[in-house]
Write a protein that binds this ligand. Structure first.
Ligand code: DQA
Length: 145
């Protein structure tokens, strides 16, 4: 099973940006943590982070036919992007939405998620462990050992 882990704008600033909200783990640290989790589970994983909406759309489109699951933290685009929603719907690859912080307990503008309608689940407020939970969900669904 092959999983794509997509991260949106400012996730590359993990460890520096608002550590009280997002913690002290860096993006590189997150990637390593996910890699070792996937290795232990026998899953293939690839990573992509971009600050640009269109680049994320391109990556989702390119995943068609080559990935079995997508873990996506669209970051700020969660709350604005019909384009990411449409891209996820277009490829219909099972996707799980992840947020490091508990978005539903934050500002009103974070209560809206466009991508949620194209995802099989949302994991929010579990810190970076949420990515691992999302991978486990996809693996269970995909029948991976
Ligand atoms: C986030 C929450 C979003 O509201 C925010 O814009 C982010 C990160 C999270 O992981 O908690 O950049 O997706």
């Amino acid at each position: 099973m092959k999983i794509l882990v997509l991260n949106g704008p400012n996730i590359n600033m993990l460890g520096i940006r608002e550590p009280d909200i997002y913690g002290r783990e860096t993006y590189d640290g997150l990637v390593e943590k996910i890699k070792s989790h996937c290795k232990a589970k026998g899953l293939d994983v690839e990573f992509y982070q971009s600050n640009h909406e269109g680049s994320l759309v391109d990556k989702i489109q390119a995943a068609y036919g080559s990935f079995d699951g997508i873990v996506i933290n669209p970051a700020a685009y969660t709350h604005t992007s019909v384009a990411l929603l449409d891209a996820l719907k277009a490829v219909s690859i099972p996707a799980v939405e992840v947020h490091i912080s508990e978005v539903d307990r934050r500002e009103d503008f974070r209560q809206v998620s466009y991508v949620r309608a194209a995802c099989i689940a949302t994991i929010s407020g579990h810190g970076t462990d949420g990515y691992l939970e999302a991978i486990d969900l996809l693996a269970e669904r995909g029948g991976a050992k």
